[in-house]
Ligand binder design. Structure first.
Ligand code: NDP
Length: 396
């Protein structure tokens, strides 16, 4: 080390000598058989599909969820690739297109011409709810398969028209209920099916956040025409759909609900701010839930109570972090994670791509979205009648 603290640059001669000795060293290494050389592909690795053979996707609506979660999720997809953006803001589409290598751009008026685009197989609708039915039906008429964000539509009537349009077009229609691909929820489903809980006795679901009327993505959620409904329609639907995921083969026979919107809250002139509901199942199980636009922080919790054990998912339906706590008699509660929640976004689009090709069953078909619309409309009907039980017969 130099005492002055100043770095001394090597002379040209020192550099040449140093270079020569390095080359000599490598030459000596070769002589000892340390040679870089190619090898055959080993171990039969599970490679993703060739990009040009993957299903091509158009993303419709480049908003908070689309840009924040859906689009980045494609990075880990194995059977799906983004080929087009549909947006009312061409500058945004251009910026994102350059970032993600997506060169085909449409706007809402040129949307129908996707029919002539062979690079688009599937369309992902990420628009405000009140626009889901129109753009889903237009995409189906253009001959494309459609994955539509939750909640499926602004009413059960619209959802029925979407299901009909898919049947007429002979194309797949799915609702983007991502928990069906989220590893922690899928793991809990495996536990329920495998009998860890014994017999399921009761399910409770709480989902909510505080709606901010000045934040554009919340603003349309507070308007009936674009939101469809209030907290139940937007966030309570996670509780209903996730709970019913654990009860395959059961039927909803009765629905009751009570509004819990804070009186005089100026945010809620068009839609409800909060609602508590109960679904009675043919099996005798009750599903009890609550949804709110008036809770802080963001709450997403599912609890499954069985005869032998109970499981809590808390949080249950976040994008990147969900956590399971299993409690069974005699042992301490065990809290763990069964997988990386972030993988749900790629798994969902790949699941839909494979279903569109007929290579996999569609886990979340349009009929499931329609079922949930009917249940939520029954909740409103009950709450409008002061909580009277509305009799239904809706297969899960
Ligand atoms: P945003 O308001 O952030 O984005 C909606 C986008 O839709 C806008 O950016 C715009 O895209 C387009 N748009 C077209 N017409 C309108 C209009 N009249 N008003 C507002 N936007 C319009 O909403 P989110 O991203 O939060 O929600 C979009 C969808 O995704 C909804 O169906 C929502 O329920 C769902 N969602 C699902 C989640 C999940 O976990 N599965 C989580 C959050 C949302 P552009 O500028 O490109 O035209």
């Amino acid at each position: 080390m130099e005492k002055t603290g100043k770095r001394r640059h090597p002379t040209r001669r020192e550099t040449l000598v140093g270079g020569a000795s390095a080359a000599a060293l490598f030459a000596a290494g070769s002589a000892a058989a340390q040679t870089a050389e190619g090898q055959p592909l080993m171990g039969n690795p599970d490679l993703p599909e060739e990009p040009r053979k993957r299903m091509g996707w158009a993303i419709v609506g480049l908003g908070t969820f689309g840009v924040g979660q859906v689009i980045p999720g494609f990075a880990n997809a194995r059977h799906s690739r983004m080929t087009a953006f549909v947006s009312g803001n061409s500058d945004k589409a251009q910026t994102l297109g350059e970032r993600y290598g997506v060169g085909r751009h449409y706007d809402y008026s040129s949307f129908d011409s996707i029919a002539e685009d062979p690079e688009i197989d599937c369309v992902y609708i990420v628009l405000p709810v009140g626009l889901h039915a129109e753009y889903t039906i237009r995409a189906l008429k253009a001959g494309k398969h459609v994955l539509c964000e939750k909640p499926m539509a602004a009413s059960a009537k619209e959802a029925e028209a979407m299901v009909r349009a898919a049947a007429e077009a002979q194309r797949k229609l799915g609702v983007a209920y991502r928990v069906h691909f989220e590893p922690n929820n899928v793991h809990v489903l495996g536990q329920v099916r495998g009998g860890t809980l014994g017999t399921m006795r009761f399910i409770s679901a709480e989902h909510g956040f505080s709606a901010n009327p000045d934040y554009p993505p919340h603003k349309w959620r507070l308007e009936k025409a674009l939101g469809g409904g209030g907290s139940l329609w937007d966030i309570g639907i996670y509780g209903i759909n996730t709970s019913l995921m654990m009860l395959p083969g059961d039927r909803v026979t009765g629905v009751s609900a009570a509004y819990a919107t804070p009186e005089g809250d100026p945010r809620f002139t068009e839609v409800e701010g909060a609602i508590d509901y109960r679904l009675t199942m043919a099996s005798g199980i009750n599903v009890q839930g609550s949804s709110s636009y008036c809770w802080s922080p963001y709450v997403s919790r599912q609890r499954y109570f069985g005869s032998e054990a109970s499981i809590e998912l808390q949080p249950a339906t976040t994008y990147g972090f969900n956590q399971i706590t299993l409690e069974s008699g005699g042992s301490a509660p065990r809290t763990y994670q069964a997988g990386d929640a972030m993988s749900q976004f790629a798994a969902q689009v790949d699941g839909f791509s494979l279903a569109a090709r007929g290579a996999m069953e569609l886990r979340t078909p349009g009929e499931m979205g329609l079922r949930d619309m009917r249940i939520m409309e029954a909740c409103y009907a009950s709450a409008d009648q002061g909580g009277a039980v509305v009799k239904v017969d809706i297969p899960v």
